[in-house]
Design a protein. Structure first.
Length: 81
């Protein structure tokens, strides 16, 4: 099975992680146009409201962490038709 997920923000990475757990043999690729993944927008208002200074807390996982699970991450790539 081959799975391609377009969008590597929180929801896309959640789908990728679930797919990897459910089917360990699947080839999973995530395509993200930005240079980061797993961004949780829920914390944005707190960051803008100076509730914390380090924006890194809004990222659940790094590319390296996700690639250890066997998921192929393509950051800086855009899916087109």
């Amino acid at each position: 099975m081959e799975v391609v997920i377009i969008g590597g923000i929180a929801a896309g990475m959640g789908v990728a992680a679930k797919a990897a757990r459910e089917n360990p043999q699947a080839k999973i690729t995530v395509i993200e146009k930005e240079d980061y993944i797993s961004f949780g927008a829920c914390g944005l208002s707190y960051y803008l409201g100076n509730q914390f200074d380090d924006e890194a807390v809004m990222f659940a996982r790094t590319v390296a962490q996700m690639e250890k699970t066997g998921i192929d991450i393509k950051i800086g790539h855009e899916a087109t038709d």
